[in-house]
Design a protein around this ligand. Sequence first.
Ligand SMILES: NC(=O)c1ccc[n+]([C@@H]2O[C@H](COP(=O)([O-])OP(=O)(O)OC[C@H]3O[C@@H](n4cnc5c(N)ncnc54)[C@H](OP(=O)(O)O)[C@@H]3O)[C@@H](O)[C@H]2O)c1
Length: 268
Amino acid sequence: MTASIVLIGAGNMGGAMLSGWLKNGIKGSDVLVIDPGPSEAMAKLIADNGAAHATTAPEGLKAGVLFLAVKPQLMGAVLPPLKSLVGPETVIVSVAAGTTLAFMASHLGEAAMVRAMPNTPAMIGRGVTGAFANSAVTSEKRAQVHDLLKVSGPVEWVETEADIDAVTAVSGSGPAYVFYLVECMAEAGRKAGLQADLAMRLARETVAGAGELLYQSPDAASQLRKNVTSPGGTTAAALSVLMAEDGMQPLFDKAIAAARKRAEELAG
Ligand SMILES: NC(=O)c1ccc[n+]([C@@H]2O[C@H](COP(=O)([O-])OP(=O)(O)OC[C@H]3O[C@@H](n4cnc5c(N)ncnc54)[C@H](OP(=O)(O)O)[C@@H]3O)[C@@H](O)[C@H]2O)c1
């Protein structure tokens, strides 16, 4: 028996992927979800779409795509019983941060494998994913995995597995930097004399709106920035601080380097 897609873990990320697949034309009957206790909403999504659900790997089944979306710290316990699902035609896809292909191979055997790093806007179909495929992944399998990953946004393939750590630092963790930017802008607005809740509403809508403008516009971010900046005006005054030698760039260099280093440490 084979199943086209076997999803391991239907939590935040696995659930977002499943719901994206179903919205983008993948038939529920092509999906088996293995999760010991899916949420009520997830159980309903599975049942309503005719997907199959199991709490452990069924015997005698081989997966076309084995999609791993459990917490990295559980991988050591979750992987061994999944080995029976891996056959010569299986491609394994993991979105677990810091779990290397070598670690997966140590439990599942040598196989076609993809390590992918999505980000949380995947929940609304607006994520971006960095992905690395090992040499056993054929171009056909890669296209199949690309199609599965792209339901949550664009997919960027990288050349080395180590690049996934840099992807994690930029886009995997990136949404948190943007949310923190909102917090910083709101706090600075409060210090400039606005009510705290008004400052937060202004900051939040500004970042959300600027993000949407960036999304919809063909222009580069630098051009959109220049469009707001009149010479000698208010924006130029703020940017002279943010773009100073000790401004945002060196801060981001340090932040991204710290995230990358941590990703390397987690990968062991
Ligand atoms: N969330 C993000 O921003 C993000 C971004 C990129 C990558 N990722 C990666 O995505 C993975 C999942 O993260 P998440 O936030 O979606 O975690 P999550 O919400 O905890 O989802 C994990 C799911 O796996 C289930 N599970 C636990 N043990 C299992 C087992 N033995 N077999 C099958 N399923 C099992 C969990 O069930 P219980 O709840 O009952 O334990 C839960 O439903 C992580 O490796 C993370 O690194 C997440």
